[in-house]
Write a protein that binds this ligand. Sequence first.
Ligand SMILES: NC(=O)c1ccc[n+]([C@@H]2O[C@H](COP(=O)([O-])OP(=O)(O)OC[C@H]3O[C@@H](n4cnc5c(N)ncnc54)[C@H](OP(=O)(O)O)[C@@H]3O)[C@@H](O)[C@H]2O)c1
Length: 355
Amino acid sequence: MNTSVPVAILGPTGYTGLELLELLANHPRMHAAYLASARPEPIDITREFPRLCDRLDSTTPALTKPIDHDAIARACKLAFLCLPHDAAIAHTPPLLDRGVKVVDLSAAYRIKDPATYHSAYAHHHTDLNNLAHAIYGLPELNRAAIRSAMLVANPGCYPTAAALALAPFIRAGLIEPGTIVINAASGVSGAGREPKPHTTLVEAGDNFSTYALGTHRHEPEIEQTLASITPAGSGAPGVLFLPHLLPIERGILETITAVPSATAQSMDQQALTNVLSEAYRSEPFVVVRSDAPTLRDVQRTNRVHLSVKLLPAKGPRPSRLIIVAAIDNLTKGASGQALQNANLMLGLDEHLGLR
Ligand SMILES: NC(=O)c1ccc[n+]([C@@H]2O[C@H](COP(=O)([O-])OP(=O)(O)OC[C@H]3O[C@@H](n4cnc5c(N)ncnc54)[C@H](OP(=O)(O)O)[C@@H]3O)[C@@H](O)[C@H]2O)c1
């Protein structure tokens, strides 16, 4: 008999919470059994998000309840934390202590070095025990460890696209250390639902801007992932991360440049594309293309689309690898990947609810 696994969403009133509710509504083996909010009064989730009014099935409660760890543990096997990082650190230990598996969508458990976490997030980590055993939830790089994890740190949206684009080339030693530049642009939903001055329609609409140039919190996360797969003896990859805000709701496009190694310079276009297609041959959510992807190809899907091109040297400019990656920040960059991880942690088929 195919039973459905009850799960909780902490923070169902935000964008990643809404995305999870929509994905779970189509999941044959998992359902949202507990919607946990810190607001003082219960919220009717279909009033909060009228688009859900005819989408939720009978197993999903209409009203939110308080974040009560005992009640969540009685009702659910796994909890998705769609919360700010400090709130995620407050709720993860009591849930794990009660035997509830956790997929944390915040950055709280992604960066292993507490000092790096503190300098990126201006927040002292107070749960070093769980930080030490949290598994970084990028299934394409880390599937076996995710299957047996109690706590998965769901990757950031920009880092998901960057790591999947660069990992095959880093592993094969095809990129010169210290030469990676990630030009990235995200839709406004990447900043969350809480209003901020730079994400209003007047500021962000019909506009295009940089932000946090070289200081973005996702830069150390990308560097940590790439360092973890760099062959021994090679220099640390090092990245320069240049984020931009796009005047659209959702989607991330990254145009990544790097100086190719001598081996990569001797490869033809097809051989470079094969580096990506062979690395991701069995991956259900990675599409390797000969042309550069666009956001429209991936919006509202859990897929990453990737392409690579080698530009030969021209005059004083050395040759460059140009890798383009496109994802939906709320799906593969957040809630879709969280569901992919939860499927693995619960022993379910990895693509359930995601196609
Ligand atoms: N947006 C993205 O594309 C994206 C991608 C990857 C990862 N993430 C990460 O995922 C997490 C959620 O992001 P989001 O975009 O969904 O944010 P959001 O739209 O701002 O939603 C945040 C949610 O957390 C709740 N909340 C805020 N402070 C809380 C507290 N102290 N205690 C309990 N609940 C609290 C909010 O409840 P109220 O509605 O009551 O305020 C809301 O439900 C963040 O850590 C974010 O960095 C987001």
